[in-house]
Design a binder for this molecule. Structure first.
Ligand SMILES: Cc1cc2nc3c(=O)[nH]c(=O)nc-3n(C[C@H](O)[C@H](O)[C@H](O)COP(=O)(O)OP(=O)(O)OC[C@H]3O[C@@H](n4cnc5c(N)ncnc54)[C@H](O)[C@@H]3O)c2cc1C
Length: 471
């Protein structure tokens, strides 16, 4: 068993933990990062499957994600635009397929008017909500104690409009049924991306990808940290703490440190045994954040055949098993790749099928959207973060109904020397890699200030690093 003494021990080598480690190192602090898996990157993960490179986890970046852009700049990593030329496809509640251009779903004039109304209301609230302090909104309690679905139904009397709008946050982002989380949680999601209009605009929210891969960002950070900093295959299951510091127990490394950052998603805080136990506030609060569930579908073809039919590869349906599809062809790859998403209760139903039936139901949907050729991919793969012990769902965690205004205000409070950070706790960039970078930077700056005895700026947004890069 190796024994190490460091200023800060970081639990988790995802983008949050590695950004924090990078910042602390730049500030002259010694760190150790203990990671449960045999790889870095956490929910960003790139795999080679039957000769195809697939982004199994997080991949897209949008123009408002300025902290991630700043980090990419620092690491010398470029981005490229997602393919988006051509018409989109919509399959309506009756199973009718329609090809359309422009921003509005082809759902009839009155429903389009109602959708615009809902987008307007959501945008108005999102503009009023500070994503770092959603519980401070004057209507926070009221908005947090009604489900997003029921709140939408209160705004308009058009179930199709409600489903179409609900799709973007329920299936599309929080990956839970719209009846299971609050309107405030949905509005936080919108505010964290700048507006609800940003979330419904796939050309904005899915704007660009990282040259190389998104996991490559974590790999580049780990490489900069050098040897003897990141320890893989070291789940921390025991954390001793006092006011002075912590002792983190990994599988073959024990780290004594002045501060700890738990850079893991909140649904995994309970996996660690704390000695002494965490206070009541955290013990109770941590039970109210849970992961959503989404299957990311990857289908690779010899060529992007849908482009020949003038289609962009973008398709939506609030009612089919695969609710959204995009052209996900890799940078400079001659083959064509589609990515699709099966979310929440539909994901439950799909995982309950045997492998052949699962493949059929998904490929039937891709064929309905984009043509029969979609039934014969060269590579077919489903991302299954729900089976990953060190994640347990996708994309991220959110509070149960009423939990955000009740437990959110304490989520950033450290417990003695233990700090909590992950994209799940971010305001801007919530649930995204950008939020992970912000949380990593903000937590590192907070710890440096504490160790230095200098004032900490609680309004620091984590966009520009306050620390100089050293050699
Ligand atoms: C399928 C999918 C698609 C996504 N798409 C996008 C996208 O397109 N764009 C985007 O910006 N974001 C996307 N995301 C979200 C994004 O990947 C996450 O927000 C981001 O990875 C969070 O970073 P993190 O470091 O906070 O947490 P994580 O990435 O989860 O990292 C936490 C790390 O902690 C480790 N760990 C957990 N428990 C312990 C323990 N006890 N001891 C030691 N280590 C532990 C885990 O193994 C993991 O490596 C997606 C996520 C998924 C799953």
């Amino acid at each position: 068993m190796r024994q190490l003494d460091r200023d800060v021990v970081i639990v988790g080598a995802g983008p949050t933990g590695l950004t924090a480690a990078h910042e602390l190192t730049k500030a002259g602090r010694s760190v150790a990062v203990l990671e449960a898996r045999d790889r870095v990157g956490g929910r960003t993960w790139t795999g080679e499957v039957d000769g195809a490179t697939l982004e199994i986890g997080g991949q897209w970046i949008s123009p408002d994600q300025t902290a991630l852009y700043a980090l990419l700049d620092e690491l010398g990593i470029d981005t490229y635009a997602r393919h988006r030329e051509g018409s989109s496809v919509f399959v309506d509640h009756d199973g009718n397929r329609r090809v359309y251009d422009g921003e509005d779903f082809p759902v009839g004039e009155e429903t389009v008017r109602q959708i615009h109304r809902l987008v307007e209301v959501m945008d108005r609230y999102a503009a009023e909500i500070d994503p770092d302090l959603p519980w401070a909104h004057p209507e926070a309690k009221q908005l947090d104690t009604i489900s997003f679905h029921h709140w939408l139904r209160e705004q308009v009397d058009d179930p199709v409009a409600v489903d179409c709008v609900g799709l973007f946050i329920a299936g599309g982002m929080l990956t839970k049924p719209a009846t299971s989380f609050s309107a405030l949680q949905a509005l936080l999601m919108a505010a964290s991306a700048g507006s609800f209009s940003h979330l419904v605009d796939e050309d904005f929210i899915l704007d660009r990808r990282v040259v190389g891969t998104m996991q490559g960002v974590s790999q580049a950070l780990a490489a900069r940290l050098g040897d003897d900093v990141v320890f893989l295959d070291n789940p921390v299951l025991r954390l001793e703490w006092t006011a002075e510091g912590v002792v983190a127990h990994g599988a073959d490394v024990v780290v004594r440190a002045r501060r700890a950052i738990l850079a893991v998603p909140p649904n995994l805080y309970g996996r660690v045994s704390y000695e002494p136990a965490l206070p009541r506030t955290q013990l109770v609060a941590h039970q109210h954040q849970s992961m959503g569930l989404v299957i990311k579908v990857h289908a690779v073809y010899d060529r992007p055949f849908w482009r020949e039919a003038g289609l962009s590869g973008t398709a939506f349906s609030p009612t089919s098993t695969v609710q959204e599809v995009y052209d996900n062809t890799f940078h400079e790859d001659a083959r064509g790749t589609l990515v699709g998403f099966v979310s929440d209760e539909k994901a439950d139903a799909v995982w309950a099928l045997d492998e052949d039936a699962r493949r059929k139901v998904i490929l039937d949907d891709l064929a309905l959207f984009l043509g029969d050729e979609a039934r014969e991919p060269q590579v077919f793969y489903l991302s299954d973060f729900g089976s990953e012990e060190w994640t347990r769902g996708a994309y991220a965690t959110s509070f149960d109904l009423g939990g955000l205004h009740r437990f959110g205000p304490s989520q950033h409070d450290p417990v003695g020397p233990i700090f909590f950070a992950s994209s799940d706790l971010a305001g801007a960039g919530y649930q995204h890699v950008d939020g992970a970078v912000r949380m990593g930077r903000r937590t590192a700056a907070r710890i440096v200030a504490e160790l230095d005895g200098s004032p900490h700026d609680p309004t620091y947004d984590g966009v520009a690093s306050p620390f100089e890069v050293t050699a």
